[in-house]
Design a protein around this ligand. Structure first.
Ligand code: NAP
Length: 485
């Protein structure tokens, strides 16, 4: 069976196991959150047995794939990037339709996935090891990288192409074989990557794709016998459960999870740029970025003026179907996510009073919620402590820089953060003292590139970082050699 098959006008997308498009049993719907009447596609619902088959296929393909030369593996990744590039417009439009982000944002993400594949394809020709002088005469000592084996990849819906890409590409270039389980809310974007790898000639079994229930497939994957490692991005709740299960089996594990990211705005900031940066980081992609700003911590002397400017700028944002030109913000990804956002807005009303702007669902065919700002939020409030993952911003008052740093760090999470200031000393103090994995200065807290390590600190993350040269640390191990000549 090949995929996709088109029955009536809705295409059906198969799973990909051992180089075959496999579709047995039932399907589930992938709906457009901007127009819930539109089904973007039907996906074959994989079972626990499919996961086992996929893991077995990955194990069987490991010897040949892991001994292929790095540049040869790289050539397949380059080819897949090329194929994705040829379908660029289509793949980006599909992402907007399945996830809801605006078309320009989707294009940016697909471009990033293509770049990620090219970057790691090149890594196949480098694959840095270590070579150091020995203390002993005529001893040559060095360390080479080796793959770790079959890797399970579990990904969220909010970056449905880039996150699968930044796990798949380094995993494959290091010589591992994989089973990918994408989020059910947006599986098509990663399906396109797997399709590109298939068309690029990746040997059968090296990449496997299983879509369906996270609970059933996640459980089957983490207990699949051949599995040696799991890389997960998603909520803390699922990540912490996976951590426990994976630890029992001594699997290598990498977790990237939630955040409650602060942007500190000091009195000396470039005022207008800071307003733009906070609005961008809080509301673009509907606030559904793990790196989105959900707490704006503003220094007392400019607090009132800054809050007023934020509210005015936010009122100008256009919410709607991301396929339409001029739209700034799309819908929440699904009903459950929208309900969560509305629940937190209710909590915010009780804790902080009426929002200064927004606070309501927008009637229509999609899961649209107004960008919402609560003012005078204090550290003890739920809306200042829990991840909402939607277009809701808590604005908090800080007496001075010290107070702002204290508020920013007083949280169990440590994913991203930002400071808006023109004071160089404050910038460096922030860089050294901020407890987060990702820091930005005079930029939005969201918007990262692929060439440097990515990942959080504290309870937001566990294990080695993703992306950039650091990605190799999770997906490969060292073999150390002492050689007398
Ligand atoms: P999620 O509900 O935790 O789901 C993530 C993935 O886990 C999905 O593929 C899901 O499948 C699967 N899953 C569900 N139950 C599972 C189980 N019992 N065992 C194994 N896998 C299971 O997260 P989400 O709603 O997709 O994504 C939003 C969250 O991701 C936010 O908390 C956000 O901060 C975080 N995130 C973090 C980063 C980062 O780099 N730190 C980046 C992006 C997002 P189903 O879809 O089928 O349920």
């Amino acid at each position: 069976m090949s995929g996709p098959t088109v029955a009536t006008s809705v295409p059906t997308f198969s799973n990909y196991i051992n180089g075959e498009w496999v579709s047995r049993g039932s399907t589930f719907e992938n709906r457009n959150p901007a127009d819930t009447g539109e089904i973007v596609g039907l996906f074959a619902k994989a079972t626990a047995q499919d996961v086992e088959d996929a893991a077995a296929a990955a194990e069987a393909s490991l010897p040949a794939w892991s001994t292929m030369t790095g540049p040869a593996r790289g050539n397949i990744l380059f080819k897949a990037a090329e194929i994705l590039d040829r379908k660029f417009e289509q793949v980006a439009a599909e992402m907007t339709r399945e996830e809801g982000k605006t078309l320009p944002e989707a294009k940016g993400e697909v471009r990033r996935s293509i770049n990620i594949f090219r970057y790691f394809a090149g890594e196949g020709s480098r694959m840095p090891g270590m070579l150091v002088p020995s203390e002993r005469d005529r001893v040559h000592m060095f360390a080479i990288r080796k793959p770790i084996g079959v890797v399970g990849l579990i990904t969220p819906w909010n970056f449905p192409s880039a996150i699968p890409a930044w796990k798949l590409a380094p995993a494959l270039i290091c010589g591992n074989t994989v089973v990918l389980k994408p989020a059910s809310a947006a599986p098509l974007s990663s399906w396109r990557i797997v399709e590109a790898l298939h068309e690029a000639g990746i040997p059968k079994g090296v990449v496997n794709f299983v879509a369906g229930s996270g609970g059933e497939l996640g459980n089957a994957l983490v207990h699949a016998k051949p599995l040696k490692a799991v890389s997960f991005t998603g909520s803390c709740q699922i990540g912490n459960w996976l951590h426990e299960e994976a630890s029992k089996r001594r699997l290598r594990i990498q977790l990237e999870m939630g955040g409650k990211n602060p942007t500190i705005v000091l009195g000396d900031a470039d005022f207008n740029a800071a307003v733009e940066n906070v609005v961008n980081a809080a509301f673009f992609s509907t606030g559904q970025k793990c790196t989105a700003t959900s707490r704006a911590i503003v220094e007392e002397p400019i607090y009132d003026k800054f809050l007023a400017a934020l509210v005015e700028r936010t009122k100008k944002l256009k919410v709607g179907d991301g396929m339409q030109p001029g739209i700034d913000i799309g819908p929440c990804v699904d009903q459950a996510q929208m309900d969560t956002v509305l629940k937190y807005i209710d909590i915010g009303r009780k804790e902080a009073g009426a929002p200064k702007v927004g606070g309501n669902r927008i009637a229509g065919k999609g899961y649209f919620v107004e960008p919402t700002i609560f003012a005078d939020v204090t550290q003890d409030m739920t809306i200042a402590r829990e991840e909402i993952f939607g277009p809701v911003l808590a604005v908090m008052r800080a007496k001075n820089f010290e107070d702002a740093m204290g508020i920013a760090n007083n949280i169990p999470f440590g994913l991203s953060s930002s400071i808006q200031t023109t004071n160089l000393s404050r910038v460096f103090e922030y860089v050294y003292r901020m407890e987060a994995g990702l820091l930005t200065v005079n930029l939005p807290s969201a918007g990262v590139e692929y060439q440097l390590p990515f990942g959080g600190a504290k309870e937001s993350s566990f294990g080695p970082k993703e992306q950039g040269p650091a990605a190799l640390e999770f997906y490969s191990d060292y073999k150390t050699v002492y050689l007398k000549y």
